[in-house]
Design a protein around this ligand. Structure first.
Ligand SMILES: Nc1ncnc2c1ncn2[C@@H]1O[C@H](COP(=O)(O)OP(=O)(O)O)[C@@H](O)[C@H]1O
Ligand SMILES: [Mg+2]
Length: 145
């Protein structure tokens, strides 16, 4: 590992864009392409939004975001909450699955993360919380001459 950042934020909806910006600023030191950085920002947004709107539906709780950068140009982002948890993770990860009663959500958050990152792992315990881990390996830097 070459660098690590840990952020703890309350689940205010304003912290969705803040967390995206902070993770992006930190990841920028690996010199990702514009597209790679966009992918990471989108994936982080989806996971943090889930903690805000689902995990802490009727309350404010803490969201812990850990970002690790590795020598092989891979980046690992962990987003953890102590919210309501997910009873059936496999079902929740299916495209279009949502428990949003108001129909404002698309049920595509996990699908977006899976498509934009190389891997996604979701661990959750109902009543205890959820941990989402995503990895992405960046393309090699262009050789300077
Ligand atoms: N951190 C979380 N805590 C509790 N439930 C979650 C969390 N993340 C996701 N979920 C559950 O998984 C479902 C699917 O998530 P997602 O694919 O992002 O779709 P959406 O957010 O549009 O509903 C959510 O509707 C919710 O039931
Ligand atoms: Mg979502």
């Amino acid at each position: 590992m070459i660098n690590c950042m840990k952020l703890t934020l309350p689940s205010f909806s304003s912290n969705e864009s803040s967390s995206r910006a902070m993770v992006s600023a930190f990841a920028a030191q690996l010199n990702p392409t514009f597209d790679e950085l966009s992918d990471i920002k989108c994936a982080v947004s989806e996971a943090v939004t889930n903690s805000i709107v689902h995990a802490y539906r009727d309350m404010i709780g803490q969201i812990v975001i850990t970002v690790r950068l590795y020598d092989d140009r891979s980046i690992r982002v962990e987003i953890k909450d102590r919210g309501c948890g997910i009873p059936d993770v496999e079902a929740a990860m299916q495209p279009l699955f949502t428990t949003d009663p108001d129909g404002e959500r698309s049920g595509m958050g996990f699908t977006v993360i899976e498509n934009f990152m190389d891997s996604l792992t979701v661990r959750s315990t109902p009543g205890k919380g959820t941990r989402v881990v995503m990895n992405k390996k960046l393309s090699p830097l262009p050789v300077k001459r």
